[in-house]
Design a binder for this molecule. Sequence first.
Ligand SMILES: NC(=O)c1ccc[n+]([C@@H]2O[C@H](COP(=O)([O-])OP(=O)(O)OC[C@H]3O[C@@H](n4cnc5c(N)ncnc54)[C@H](O)[C@@H]3O)[C@@H](O)[C@H]2O)c1
Length: 352
Amino acid sequence: MKNKTILVTGAGGYIGSVLVPRLLEAGSNVIAVDRFFFGGQRLPAHPNLTRLRTDVRTLEPSVFEGLDAVVDLAALSNDPLGDAFTDETWEINHQSRARNARFAKSAGVPRYVIPSSCSIYGFFPPSQILDEDCTPNPLTVYAKANLAAEQDIRPLASSDFVVGVIRFATLFGVSPRMRFDLAINGMTETAWRTGKLALMRDGTQWRPMIHVRDAARAIEFMLDADADAINGRVFNAGSNELNVQIRALADRVAALVPRDVEIDWYGDPDTRSYRVAFDRIAALGYTTTVSIEEGVKEIVAALEAKTLTRSLDTLTLDWYRALEEWRSRIEQVVIEGRIIKRVGVLPCAALF
Ligand SMILES: NC(=O)c1ccc[n+]([C@@H]2O[C@H](COP(=O)([O-])OP(=O)(O)OC[C@H]3O[C@@H](n4cnc5c(N)ncnc54)[C@H](O)[C@@H]3O)[C@@H](O)[C@H]2O)c1
């Protein structure tokens, strides 16, 4: 990756804020495209980092000129967001990615990595282990938009435009833009803070997991992989050993939290359950490195050290809802760009 110029959308997000410092460390120049809904401070100051605060839905084709690769992470990033912001999930997660992939191809960018999700498998009986060739069964808007993006972008693959599709397992672990709305992270934090662990019924549902650093490594792997081995192909990213049932996962998390923990059941039985095979990416030489136990211990240590706290912006849906709510409140009180305080310096005449 040394001296390559890589455009990363969603660079200030949970995965992006782990990936970008790693790419910079490897000697890449990074163009970080993001609206920075969670703050620009998630990324380090670095001479080889350019920030572009803009919306991925309105990127100009010229942004893609002269790049070596695009990693298109920007998205409304879970099922509840897809339900709350349905049109926007289709616009950002599907249409905008497909459009930006076409711009990238036209601009001569040699490689494009699209992060999709194992949630496109939706529901399958546990006897079936799902590989990339099975017919997906997406149940949510979020999952359907991911699959639609894959389906539009894969056919763009050609000898001069290498497309790598990564279907990530559910992520966990500490990131500069922390998310406590992800299963392991949320379980760990609530168990640590309250002694209760909220579990969606009935706990038998299967999910694959991957640590956020391993997710960043999977993206780096795709950026570097032999073109013929990955072009136009889908890769589940995770590990066969990290397929877990939610109840058993809760017990593993509870055992690592330094207090007694009770299970609090909620909701109707979860309709999403999938066990996933990760042999295809393993055959190319990629393996995960961080266990669930290591990830949980790291979160507990950060909570104990108070370097990590649950705040509104660690709960993705709550944060976007709050931003929309504040916007409408602010619009009601602003006059000439001002609430109480002056913004910038007004000429004296304007003050009296
Ligand atoms: N976290 C997971 O468990 C997981 C699992 C599978 C796939 N993924 C995929 O990985 C990608 C990144 O996920 P994440 O966990 O880092 O999410 P995130 O919500 O932390 O980050 C998304 C980033 O995109 C930015 N963004 C959103 N809409 C934008 C817009 N219109 N214009 C510009 N920027 C915009 C946000 O500001 C944010 O920084 C997503 O595509 C997600 O679907 C994540």
